[in-house]
Design a protein around this ligand. Structure first.
Ligand SMILES: [Cu+2]
Length: 346
């Protein structure tokens, strides 16, 4: 316990000190390789990051931490934003094939993480259905640990994807089918529910699950943002934070949106080890629909705070062109990767 407490304190003190000098971002370089990795690997990664860091100092841009090659990971946070998987309709049933597997991913430049992934991505595919659809998800466990798929929604106990109920834990090499109706409409999530639960979620087995209302929502530029984090040194506290996994992905390359166009953000918090996460937009306000289960917004605000597993839909328009920051208002998370920009053009 003492070690854990010291880690937290040292991490926070480092960040606080760096923020005070206006040099918060380089903390990621100093912090992650040393606390996050061990032995030779740590030295190699440390040198690697130091090189990249030196190269970027000259560039002088705030997110100057190098970049993660999407080809190495096999998924791109920019593509995940607008990638909705509506499955395949067969005989009136919407079907998906999902495979859990072990996969090493890069979560910040030079920082690798031994993840568990649904269909090779973290977060897993954004599954999208319409209220009342019959859903059938064929799940195969291609990893060496037992896993499940637990969907938020209203369904029978046997379809709930928890150990010892219905098919229970799906053992390595085995498959099952989850079969239920899409209800209620809103923004939900799915995740593994095997134990230890925090580990199975933190390793990357989660994804957004959108159920559209029967009559749909107004047309918009729709974006999925899954707020997550990575405990790279297994101390049950995260060293890297982001949206759709890669730290600073949208700092390095802003999310491009059109002036005055309706933007709809499906925001999910799957963070483990931290009780809350948040989303704050600069120079703008949004309508907020908690869990997306009502068609009228509850709030008109610029910041929302979400607990673990909480999610909501944000709708906004950008009236002016330019670059607008968005980030966790938990400053520590922002400085460890959870910040980005929208770039608004005519
Ligand atoms: Cu699992």
């Amino acid at each position: 316990m003492r070690k854990l407490w010291e880690n937290k304190v040292s991490r926070r003190r480092l960040i606080g000190g760096a923020a005070a000098t206006g040099a918060a971002l380089p903390v990621l370089h100093g912090l992650v390789p040393h606390e996050g990795l061990h032995g030779q690997e740590a030295e190699a990664a440390g040198e690697h990051i130091a090189e990249r860091h030196a190269a970027h100092r000259g560039a002088g841009h705030i997110g100057g931490v190098g970049s993660v090659d999407a080809r190495t990971n096999g998924f791109d946070p920019h593509e995940i934003l607008r990638d909705f998987d509506e499955g395949t309709l067969r005989g009136g049933v919407r079907e998906w094939e999902i495979v859990a597997e072990e996969k090493e991913i890069e979560v910040a430049p030079g920082v690798r993480y031994a993840a568990w992934a649904y269909n090779g991505r973290v977060p897993g595919p954004t599954l999208r259905a319409r209220e009342g659809d019959r859903l059938r998800i064929r799940f195969t466990n291609g990893s060496s640990h037992p896993h499940t798929m637990h969907f938020h929604g209203i369904h029978r106990a046997a379809e709930d994807g928890v150990p010892r109920i219905g098919p229970g834990n799906i053992l390595p090499g085995e498959s099952t089918v989850y079969d239920f109706d899409a209800t209620p409409f809103g923004l939900h999530l799915y995740h593994c529910h095997s134990t230890p639960l925090a580990e199975h979620i933190a390793k990357g087995l989660y994804g957004a699950f959108v159920i559209d209302p029967k009559d749909g929502r107004p047309p918009a530029d729709e974006l999925v943002m899954v707020m997550n984090g990575f405990d790279t040194n297994f101390d049950r506290s995260n060293e890297v934070y982001g949206v759709n996994t890669v730290a600073f992905a949208y700092m390095d390359e802003p999310i491009r949106v059109k002036r005055d166009e309706l933007v709809r953000i499906y925001l999910v918090n799957v963070l483990e080890f931290d009780f809350v996460n948040s989303f704050h937009i600069h120079a703008n306000f949004f309508d907020y629909f908690p869990t997306g289960t009502r068609l009228e917004p509850r709030d008109f605000t610029d910041t929302v705070v979400l607990g673990q597993g909480e999610r909501g839909i944000l709708e906004l328009r950008f009236p002016y062109p330019g670059k607008y920051m968005f980030h966790a208002h938990v400053s520590e998370f922002a400085e460890l990767g959870w910040m980005g920009f929208f770039e608004v053009t005519d």
